[in-house]
Design a binder for this molecule. Sequence first.
Ligand code: COA
Length: 389
Amino acid sequence: MKQYGRITGWGKSVPERILTNHDLEQMVDTSDEWIVTRTGIRERHIAGPGETTSSMSVEACQQALERAGVAPEEVDLVIIATSSPDYFCPPVSSMVQDRLGATRAGAFTLVAGCTGFVYALVTANQFIETGLYEKILVVGVETLSPAVDWTDRNTCVLFGDGGAAVLVEASDQPTGILSCELGSQGQDWDALIAPGYGTVKPFSEETLRNGDHYLRMDGRRVFKFATRKMTNSVINVVQESGLTWDEIDLVIPHQANARIIDLAVRRLKIDPEKVMVNVDRYGNTSAASIPLALCDALEEGRLQSGDHVVLVGFGAGLTWAAAVLHWQPVAEEPIAVDDWPLLSNLFQPVTRVRNAVWSTQVTARARLQDMALAAMTPINQWQRRFKRD
Ligand code: COA
């Protein structure tokens, strides 16, 4: 019998300390007004002593297991999506597996930048669909603050720490991921980079002096990539799911910047009420941002059993990923599949045509906006230079 991956438990963990925009005003030449208008961020959580990628993962996983009523020994696999593990070696996933008491579980760490959680969820789903595993913990977690240059106003206002987890369990009822897309645009690998963290430039006095261990970002390049990929990948996964836009109840985008989300929402002509935004409270928590937003959406009652939700992420790599999920955390009466094929077969061509019209409109609109933005950039730059002079 075909197995589907049902999310049955979830949990989150963020550091106690909150760093507000006003705190940042005391540290670098910035203002609350600049940060809010350019990013939508008001505050972020920053890890203190003892708050690590593994400790946040363990807390989030324990909540997820408790919610699902599953014991740690029953877990088959732990997947941790992060770019900021406790150590370069060993993998943080094994530390989490041990601290949870998930004695039977395999464990691995997955690195795909801010897109990591969606990559990990899709991976977990594959293990379940093949029938190999039945209970998988998927975590998105980051402690990026040590990799942030707290004297660089271009980056330090953007990032925050946190983590969240889901438990995916095998189910024989159709639910979980309906469609997905995983992408990579590796030619832009240097758009978001910590050059002194790897083997190309091993840690040395020189890398320390140059600040090569800090995150550097070409903000505009990432901005352009993010708005284009968010729009296109949402179109692709909604189309592939066979659902119409009206059947999508919630979109949970990667929480990097409210302006990126706004632009994508306008291009897609989505009702903003259907879009989850919590970047104001956490900043960009990279791989943790989508599961944190999922947990907050559930706490706020924005996701009900039977809903369809789109997850969409983008980030370092550069990578992107999107998935449409049928949300049904608790097993319900099985769908009587034999009852509906005739009706659904009749409606399929209509849905396909409606989806095709919608995606053509969105793509044309996005192209026009890209062209308008490209034309405006030199004018804006000239205006800024003129004002400065
Ligand atoms: N406070 C005040 N001024 C700041 C500032 C800050 N924190 N950071 C940058 N500035 C200044 C710049 O120095 C620049 O000044 P100048 O014109 O005198 O040179 C000015 O603001 C404009 O900088 P610019 O880079 O054009 O700003 P922007 O509108 O592109 O916004 C980002 C910058 C980073 C907010 C934006 O590019 C962005 O959101 N990019 C995507 C980032 C992202 O999402 N990354 C994560 C991907 S997972």
